[in-house]
Design a protein around this ligand. Sequence first.
Ligand code: PRP
Ligand code: ADE
Length: 190
Amino acid sequence: MGEQGTSGGEGGGNVVEAQAPAKKGNGRAADPRLQGISDAIRVVPHFPKPGIMFNDITALLLRPGVFKDAVDMFVERYRGMGIAAVAGIEARGFIFGPAIALAIGAKFIPLRKPGKLPGEVISENYTLEYGTDCLEMHVGAVEPGDRVVVVDDLVATGGTLSAAIKLLERAAADVVECACLIGLPKFKGL
Ligand SMILES: O=P(O)(O)OC[C@H]1O[C@H](OP(=O)(O)OP(=O)(O)O)[C@H](O)[C@@H]1O
Ligand SMILES: Nc1ncnc2[nH]cnc12
C-alpha cells in the first residue's frame, strides 16, 4: 500500500492499492503484510463470464488475521489526515469501508446501486468490465469541503471509482484518495 501501488489521478482521484511488489520504489522492502493479503485473494477463472479472471476477496475474509491486516494498513494511512468521510462502493466496499471509517473516526457514506436509497439521491452511470451500472448517493450525506476517501475491493477499468468521484465532487466533497485492495493490470489510472 502507500507508495507501492499509487497511481496518479485527476480531480483528486489518486488510487492506493493494497497489493505491492517485493520492493517499494525507494528500494526498501515492501510491508510484509502485503504478501499475506495477496496470497489470501482467490483467483477464479471465467467468472462471472468467459475470459474474466475473478479476484475473490471472500477467501481473505475467512482469515481474520489477514482481514485485519488489510483494514489496519488503510487505517494507518488515513488516520490523522483529517478525513471526514469514508465512501464505500456497494457491495464489496461495504466490507472494508465501515471498519476503516470507525477506526479513523470518520462517517461512512454508502454509494449504492440504483433504487436502494430511500431519500433524495444523485446518480452516475458507468461502464464495467462485464456490463453497465449506476451509483447513487444521498443528497446531504457529504458536506461541501468534506475530505473523503473512497473505498472498494478492486479497481479494474476504473469506471466505478470514476463514477464515485464524480458523485462526491458534484456534492463539493474533496476526494483525497481512492483505496482498493486489488488493482488489476488493465488499470491505467483515473
Ligand atoms: O474498475 P471497474 O471496471 O469499474 O470494476 C470494479 C468494480 O467491479 C466490482 O464490483 P461489481 O460492479 O461487480 O459489483 P458487486 O460489488 O456488487 O459485485 C468491484 O467490486 C468494483 O466495484
Ligand atoms: N476481475 C474481477 N474480479 C473481481 N471483481 C471484478 N470487478 C471487475 N472486474 C473484476
